[in-house]
Design a protein around this ligand. Structure first.
Ligand code: X2X
Length: 338
């Protein structure tokens, strides 16, 4: 097997970010459980800030028996690589977006059905309730343990370089990057755009070199990943609500004694709740910050987008793909969709 130069460099540089190892107790011994956690976001994103806090709390409460090293910002490779690593046990933890988790567990993308959620009350009621239980059970079937509390990515918005998006008509032929996710491809094709799946690690450079003209992400991501440097317009479309599942390799998780499991789960779920609050606070100011950095905002009415999705048979198709049971749980939370 030929190890590409890029891969080799990536492997060599895969040391945890300085200061990101959970604080060790004074009498520093090797931890009984040294666990790795990889993610795709810059250090400044609330997900990394709260995960770091959780790692410190876990080291403290387990008296150094569990140590978690965090590898942020795609240090271990892109989403697809990290998903493979958490499955094989090369890393213990990963936080894929639901969109990305769905490449392995198709029903995980159900929260991303276009325009399903009206607001955060509906989101957390569903994801902390029966719909979340359903998705976590599907993950368990492929050997992944998902913690109860999902972390927030946010409502996704569309940024573009060449022209603003004012109505669904402006989506025609738009070369837009979407995550590695069958649902995203299907949705943007239904909107008559021309979507391409790329790992998040490739987004900035592919916008900069104009391989694509547009991308879609929640505003906090657009801010921390500095996508405003390579985009001109942002349409507040709220087309998908997206969150991160905090997942663990099932075997590694089962190998932890019950007392340590309780500490780790408690710290990670609490951190997730705080991270949701961080995103809420972030959302209060991020649009004006991005405006000040030069992004021009539009607010297209969602109706023309929804109508296009319906006409293209998007809801009917995904109802069939997710199954009656999951779709019913979603509709219990948000009302009739199809
Ligand atoms: O890749 C993206 O767009 C991101 C960061 O939102 C996800 O992880 C899906």
């Amino acid at each position: 097997m030929i190890l590409s130069r890029r891969r080799a460099l990536q492997a060599l540089s895969a040391l945890p970010a300085a200061g990101l190892i959970g604080a060790m107790p004074r009498a520093a011994r090797a931890a009984e459980f040294s666990l790795k956690y990889g993610n795709n976001l810059p250090l400044t994103h609330p997900l990394n800030i709260r995960a770091q806090e959780a790692a410190e709390r876990i080291a403290r409460e387990t008296n150094g028996r569990v140590e978690i090293a965090i590898f942020p910002n795609n240090q271990l490779g892109g989403d697809t690589d990290m998903l493979a690593q958490v499955r094989s046990g090369a890393i213990t933890f990963f936080t894929p977006s639901a969109l990305v988790a769905a490449t392995l567990v198709p029903v995980a993308a159900i929260n991303a059905a276009g325009f399903a959620f009206a607001d955060y009350d509906q989101v957390w009621k569903a994801m902390d309730g029966p719909l979340g239980v359903h998705v976590r059970a599907a993950m368990a079937k492929v050997g992944l343990h998902a913690f109860e509390k999902m972390w927030d990515n946010g409502f996704r918005q569309i940024t573009s370089g060449a022209k603003p998006i004012e109505t669904a008509k402006d989506m025609d032929g738009l070369k837009i990057r979407v995550p590695v996710s069958p649902l995203s491809i299907s949705m943007f094709k239904a909107l008559a755009a021309s979507p391409t799946s790329l790992q998040f690690s490739e987004v900035y450079s592919s916008l900069q070199t104009r391989i694509v003209d547009a991308q879609e992400n929640p505003l906090p991501i657009i801010q921390v990943a500095k996508l405003y440097e390579v985009q001109k317009y942002c349409a507040i479309s709220n087309h998908i609500w997206d969150g991160f599942w905090f997942i663990a390799n099932g075997r590694a998780w089962q190998a932890l004694p019950a007392d340590l499991k309780a500490i780790v789960a408690g710290a990670i779920n609490d951190a997730g709740i705080k991270q949701r609050e961080d995103i809420k606070a972030f959302n209060a100011t991020v649009q004006s910050d991005l405006q000040a950095k030069g992004l021009t905002f539009t607010k297209p009415a969602p109706d023309s987008f929804r109508a296009k999705l319906r006409e293209a048979g998007f809801y009917g198709e995904w109802k069939t793909r997710f199954g009656e049971e999951a779709w019913g749980l979603l509709e219990n939370a948000v009302g009739k969709l199809a």
